[in-house]
Structure formats: C-alpha cells, structure tokens
Design a protein around this ligand. Structure first.
Ligand SMILES: Cc1cc2nc3c(=O)[nH]c(=O)nc-3n(C[C@H](O)[C@H](O)[C@H](O)COP(=O)(O)O)c2cc1C
Length: 165
C-alpha cells in the first residue's frame, strides 16, 4: 500500500473543532496513513470570553482581515491537507483565511470542513474560497454541533483510498 502523508490543519477557539479534528485524525490514522495535526493560533489571540461581543474578532471576521499567525508547516511534505474551521458570522475564521491565502496558486489538494451551530452548507462556501485561491478541493463537509455525519466520514475514507491508487 502507498502511504499518504496528510496534514490536518485547524483552528479552534472553544474546543469543538479540535474534537472533530481528533476524530478525523483517528479514523485516517487507522487506515495506515501518516497524518500530522496542526492547531493554528493567532499571535494575538482573541480573549476567550464573550467572543460574540469582541470588536476585534467581529472586525477581523467581517472585513476578512489577514491576521498574524505562526505557521510551522512544510506543506510540500504532504499529499493532501485537511483544513477545518469554525464558522464565525457565516464565514470561516480569520486565522484559517490567513492560512489558506499563504498557498494561493499552489494547486494543493485539500479536503475542507467547518464546525458550526447551524446547518447552512458553510463548507461549500469554504470550498469556493479555496477554489478561488487555486486549491484542488477533493471534498467538503459540514459538521453541526460537533457531529460528523457517517456518510461524510465514509466519503473521506473513500477519497483518501482513491488518492492512494
Ligand atoms: C463569534 C462567533 C460567531 C459565530 N457565528 C456563527 C454563525 O454565523 N453560524 C453558526 O452556525 N455558528 C456560529 N458560531 C458557532 C461556532 O461556529 C461553533 O460553536 C463552532 O463549532 C466553534 O468551534 P470551536 O469550538 O472549535 O471554536 C459562532 C461562534 C462565535 C464564537
């Protein structure tokens, strides 16, 4: 079997995306692939309380501002990236938007997912942003209230298997 090298990159403010990422990590690892997890952070993180009332968070998110992030990932080492973001005000988080901008035009293969409270097809919008930046998006899926749908997990595994062939 050819082993895939996958980087699972996510941002998580209140822990839900981290838990979803952990679950994905375990499933992919059990297929025998190499998967490394990277939790991104802003150098100047948002205070963890009253997030909805944080003016800087609101501003950064709504104007889609790039923020200063620390990235220690050599993306060229990987066959595929899995990128996860919480949804803030109907869009991906500033940290993830900043990250994906870094590799504009590189045609990296990516699977993307979102975590949110509402089911609003957010991952489709995330996918479109990635495609506009030149990524090759293999799959996108939403997780709502921390639940990964069984069919999404199955598809994810199928896609990874297919990529290896
Ligand atoms: C500032 C803020 C804005 C949010 N906006 C939305 C939203 O527009 N739609 C939605 O479904 N959930 C929204 N949520 C809920 C988060 O997307 C959800 O709790 C997410 O899974 C949190 O991920 P985390 O625990 O990894 O940070 C928002 C949460 C915060 C803190």
């Amino acid at each position: 079997m050819i082993v895939m090298r996958i980087a699972l990159v996510y941002y998580s403010k209140t822990g839900r995306t981290r838990r979803v990422a952990q679950c994905i990590y375990e499933s992919v690892k059990s297929l025998g692939h190499i998967i490394d997890m990277y939790e991104l952070r802003a150098r100047r993180e948002y205070m963890p309380y009253l997030l909805h009332l944080n003016p800087r968070l609101l501003y950064d998110t709504l104007i889609k501002r790039k923020v200063d992030i620390e990235v220690k990932i050599d993306v060229d080492k990987y066959n595929c990236l899995i990128i996860g973001s919480p949804i803030w005000y109907n869009t991906i988080t500033p940290v993830i938007r900043t990250f994906i901008e870094l590799f504009r035009g590189k045609r990296l293969k990516v699977i993307c997912f979102t975590t949110s409270d509402l089911q609003m097809n957010y991952s489709l919008r995330f996918r479109k942003e990635l495609e506009e930046l030149g990524y090759e998006v293999l799959y996108n899926f939403d997780t709502v209230k921390g639940k990964i749908r069984e069919e999404d997990m199955k598809r994810l595994v199928e896609i990874i298997r297919r990529e290896v062939l």
